[in-house]
Design a protein around this ligand. Structure first.
Ligand SMILES: [Zn+2]
Length: 206
């Protein structure tokens, strides 16, 4: 297991500036090289560990301030995030905008499926926050949970998408800081599996 170099990486800033973003992606442990199974089930040789970036409060403040103009325009009443690496970003955005934060725990399939604690009903407009997306399935699950809990999805914000220019076609407004080119592929097409039958589970890493 080793870090991969940000210099070898193609990424596209959508909010904030390229130099600051490169600094965030260069944090030790943020970009890992290996053989990973993503939550979507797809396999990849590069993993973007948001937990490494989120370990610094200043980094979270910077990312949240980049996202804030977009998400504030959606006039959210609360923030909903899965209990994974995106919690720090969700908490920072909630604090900046003085909004309540609600967390969703993952079900057996690793998707956010149940509200944590003894939550108040999710009335009003709910801002969904996550860390890194591949297919947007987790955001879809989070949106479903917001709606069945009585809320309306105001929009979704996250740190990075794992492909350049990929559209997730979600039925609400979205904002994220960067597209990062981190190719992934279906398990049955994975060349790494022939020599390593046991990829690391991304959900255990973040
Ligand atoms: Zn594989």
């Amino acid at each position: 297991m080793s870090d991969t170099s940000v210099a070898e990486l193609t990424f596209c800033p959508l909010a904030g500036d390229a130099a600051s973003l490169a600094r965030l992606l260069s944090v030790e442990g943020a970009l890992r090289q290996g053989h990973f199974r993503l939550l979507s089930g797809r396999h990849t040789d590069k993993f973007l560990a948001f937990s490494a970036i989120a370990a610094e409060t200043a980094a979270l403040d910077q990312i949240a301030s980049w996202l804030r103009p977009a998400v504030e325009a959606w006039a959210p009443d609360s923030v909903l995030a899965p209990t994974t690496a995106g919690v720090g970003l969700a908490a920072t955005l909630a604090r900046m905008m003085s909004l309540p934060l609600q967390l969703a725990a993952a079900g057996p399939e690793g998707r956010p499926s149940v509200l944590v604690g003894t939550p108040a009903p999710l009335a009003g407009r709910v801002l969904l926050v996550n860390d890194v997306t591949t297919t947007g399935t987790a955001l879809g699950a989070l949106a479903g949970l917001a709606e069945t809990s009585g809320g309306v999805v105001a929009g979704a914000a996250w740190f990075a998408s794992r492909q350049i220019g990929g559209e997730l076609s979600l039925p609400f407004p979205t904002a994220h800081v960067a597209d990062v080119d981190l190719p992934s592929w279906p398990e049955q097409e994975c060349g790494l599996c022939s020599t390593d039958p046991a990829p690391e589970n991304a959900r255990d890493l973040n």
